[in-house]
Design a protein around this ligand. Structure first.
Ligand code: SF4
Ligand code: SF4
Length: 465
């Protein structure tokens, strides 16, 4: 049932198989109607309705009628006829001043690496290198915690540059934030994204004590990583990072240590990377394509996105093989996709940026997210003057997926949300075929895996029309 053609092909044929497979998914997932999408698996025929992210098994006759309706441009009528129309789950109204439940602090706008594609321009965001002061970090915590309703769940993330450059402030801020959250009766989770070069055993103990989600930026096996993420001197950083990670990987209980791989045309060996990092003991491993870099260096083009999609699907097939025999295979993109499909997630934004999530610059300026630090496009006020609610309202109105093109015509719009705002503003939407191909594959995989159960909270996975 699960396609094993890629895994079994000889290495010399593998790249061509990967490409062929990816092209097939890109073609099959091309948008025909914004209101329905058809899926065929070995289990049968299925209908995905974007409005509400509803997934149905479909008898051949019904499937055929939708196929014809797509060609004739009358899917809306057919949805009404079969009782699947009605008031849309998502209308044109933007979110209005949602409570802030997550902040990221650019605790150090400086970095010791010289990554080829860094959106933060070696950590400094195009400005002067600086650390966040304790008073600024405290103010940010107050903004997050003081406004939260008792019982709510919050997240405080430390980013940079490299956040461990400013370790003492990071630690003091964490301790104070944990105490304030407890006093207010809210749950506060901590996370950090680090390049891993400065990690120590004491950091492992600290992160374990506060249950941090630790994300380490690692771009693949040694040679690929070192080519993309060298020290400023040009020396490779891989061996140092892996040595530093040993105490974290062995001590993780409350703490979870994950690897995040930024994919460029230079490190497309995703399956090899995934297996190596899972073998090393990471809690999960995830991939994101590099779509927009300040210099353009390392940006993915159509050709490399095709290979990436094929590699992602190959990793997905391995996830499926393991899942059916009850083995853990923590491929984060797949785990997240299965969870979102199961929940029926449908949303008008790609993420919480400028909504429930804001980034805080080292000088206390607020931004739509960590990538908009120092960028006027995503400016959201300051800790001193407060959130610029007019700006936030405009942002949420303009960024709604119903205002994005060609998203209004795309069946994947409420799963995708229109793509990362930062990448879209900087580069447009070069990855739609990749995104749809991946989501189509994930829907198929979900249907295949449903009989095996996807966790205790599972609702009925497939509603039968
Ligand atoms: S950005 Fe996402 S929703 Fe918009 S067209 Fe591309 S795949 Fe579809
Ligand atoms: S705008 Fe992009 S980088 Fe910022 S939070 Fe959203 S997805 Fe992430």
């Amino acid at each position: 049932m699960i396609d094993s053609a890629i895994a079994e092909s000889a290495p010399s044929n593998r790249l061509e198989d990967i490409r062929t497979h990816a092209r097939r998914y890109m073609t099959t997932s091309a948008p025909r109607s914004p209101d329905a999408h058809l899926i065929e698996t070995a289990l049968g025929r299925h209908l995905f309705i974007p409005d509400g992210s509803r997934l149905f098994d479909a008898e051949p006759a019904l499937f055929g009628r939708f196929d014809a309706a797509m060609t004739q441009g009358r899917v809306g009528d057919l949805l009404d006829e079969v009782g699947l129309g009605g008031t849309p789950y998502i209308d044109d109204a933007p979110l209005v001043a949602p409570p802030v439940h997550a902040l990221s602090l650019a605790i150090a706008q400086k970095c010791n690496l010289g990554c080829s594609y860094c959106y933060a321009q070696q950590g400094e965001f195009g400005g002067a290198a600086r650390n966040m002061a304790a008073a600024t970090a405290d103010r940010a915590v107050d903004l997050l915690v003081d406004g939260a309703a008792p019982g709510s769940r919050l997240n405080l993330a430390f980013l940079g540059g490299e956040p461990l450059v400013n370790r003492l402030i990071l630690q003091a801020t964490t301790r104070r934030a944990a105490a304030r959250a407890e006093a207010r009766g809210v749950t506060l989770n901590f996370s950090i994204t680090t390049n891993g070069t400065l990690l120590t055993e004491a950091d492992a103990d600290f992160f374990e004590e506060f249950g941090f989600a630790v994300t380490v930026s690692l771009d693949g096996p040694r040679d690929a990583h070192d080519a993309q993420r060298p020290y400023k001197s040009g020396k490779g950083s891989f061996d140092r990072i892996m040595a530093n990670l040993t105490p974290l990987l062995t001590r993780q209980r409350r703490m979870q240590v994950s690897a995040r791989v930024t994919v460029t045309p230079g490190n497309l060996m995703l399956r090899q990377t995934l297996d190596q990092f899972i073998g090393a003991g990471f809690h999960s491993v995830g991939f994101s394509p590099m779509l927009s870099a300040p210099t353009g260096q390392g940006e993915m083009q159509a050709d490399s996105l095709e290979i990436m999609l094929g590699e992602m699907i190959d990793c997905g097939h391995e996830f499926e093989r393991r899942a059916v025999v009850g083995e853990r295979y923590p491929f984060a993109n797949m785990v997240n996709a299965m969870r979102e499909i199961q929940k029926g997630t449908h949303r008008p934004y790609p993420c919480g940026a400028g909504a429930g999530y804001l980034g805080v610059a080292a000088d206390g300026e607020l931004a739509a997210c960590h990538r908009f630090v120092g960028d006027v496009e995503g400016a959201m006020g300051s800790l001193e003057l407060g959130i610029d609610e007019r700006r936030r309202t405009t942002w949420l109105a303009e960024r709604h997926v119903h205002r994005q093109q060609p998203c209004t015509e795309c069946w994947a719009r409420y799963m995708c949300g229109g793509g990362c705002h930062h990448e879209v503003i900087r580069r447009g939407r070069p990855a739609c075929d990749y995104i749809r191909g991946w989501l189509h594959y994930c829907l198929e995989a979900y249907l295949r895996l449903s009989p095996y159960g996807l966790g205790e909270e599972r609702r009925s996975p497939v509603e039968v029309a």
